[in-house]
Design a protein around this ligand. Sequence first.
Ligand code: NDP
Length: 453
Amino acid sequence: MYSVTNPATGELVEEIPNSTDEEVRAAIDRVHGGFAAWRARPVAERAAIVLRAAELFAERADELAAIMTLEMGKRINEGRGEVGVVVDIFRYYGERGPELLADEPLPIRGGEAVLTKEPIGALLGVMPWNFPAYQVARFVAPNLVLGNTILLKHASICPRSAMAIESVLRDAGVPPDAYVNVFASSRQVPWMLADPRLVGVSLTGSEQAGISVAAEAGRNLKKCVLELGGSDPLIVLDTDDLDETVKITATARMRNCGQSCNAPKRMIVLGELYDEFVDRLAKRVAEYYVPGDPADPATTLPPLASIAAAEEVAGQVSTAVREGAKLRAGGRRVPGPGAYLEATVLTDVAPGMAAYHEEIFGPVVLVFRAETEDEAVALANDTPFGLGASVFGTDRERALRVARRIEAGMVYLNKSGGSEADLPFGGIKRSGIGRELGALGIEEFMNKKPIRL
Ligand code: NDP
């Protein structure tokens, strides 16, 4: 069942039954059948449609943001901001796509060859609820320009976002057999992946979902791209403005109520700064983040996406405290029907404790103390994940040296997270496989086909 439940109030707003197996098979048939015509369109036409989609997303930003606020509790301004990034992604691929897909001369020793760049067919996208529009955009914009067709299974808590996105694409001119939304359940995904008419899959979500989809993709010899969880470190080497550093790090962690795969989740602060950093961070978190209605632009702390998510994160916090962590701010569920959890700061989390090794997908900051640069790097890398990382410091060369030693898919200097259309995004280790965005993002489901001349 797909359902809309307002996480700010707990009110069930709408239920939508899952697509039947027959409906899912018909949807697969459509995107498979639509591939030949879509890939045959000149790339300039596909790019123009993607550019038109960018315009429509911009026009409908308020409507989309309001849907996200209702479905998963995103602060209304953050929703508008998310749609802004979506617009930029569609613009980027609409504008740059034709150039990224142009043939490339391929110098070879024995003569001449050219590298051509072709689509591979109909793809499945399995997408999460945390950024209902942005996650879809990263997969859909490059692949539509490339000429692949798409079947999209969105998260079961955001069917209205799924429908609104499909409407934008349809109104922009994407043919009804080049992009199809389906209300499939995750139980239908394995046999969907076994269907030879789908040739690849991209999933953003949890490690468990990633394992399941990668296993089915492997069994069926299909390409998969996975964007999974993270426990990104943020190292503070030194600072000439501690308040500003504290503010930037708190803002980055609390964005989207802490439900971002690439939020900095573990702050690693060098010895002499540590005590002051923790005091100021705890104060900032306790005073600034006040639970409120996500539809009110003045709200600083919205609910999590669901009651289940809030319970789970609250459980992780109490386990950490039971295992010896110190609670420096927050830590409790907010009384009432909504999915609220106080913004929380934990210190003294040590190896062997669950919180040291797990991802915490909510408004919870962990702060660690490191005495040296080497210790900070070792702590940063001591995680099963490897999505992003940040290094803060006044000496650029030193920060860069530390950045190079971090095991992650991407590192930011003196800034944290965020996402830019032309900057590749993705992880290593248990954070995923493949890259999205930028020039690399359009290559994942591409047949890079040399023609020997
Ligand atoms: P899920 O991974 O369960 O959901 C993401 C998407 O995957 C949804 O469309 C979901 O469908 C689908 N899905 C779930 N299980 C399977 C499966 N076995 N086979 C195929 N598709 C599947 O995320 P949750 O909503 O449960 O969130 C739990 C955790 O996931 C978070 O705490 C966080 O760690 C991580 N997460 C990471 C995200 C990221 O940005 N990297 C985004 C969201 C979650 P359905 O909704 O129908 O179950």
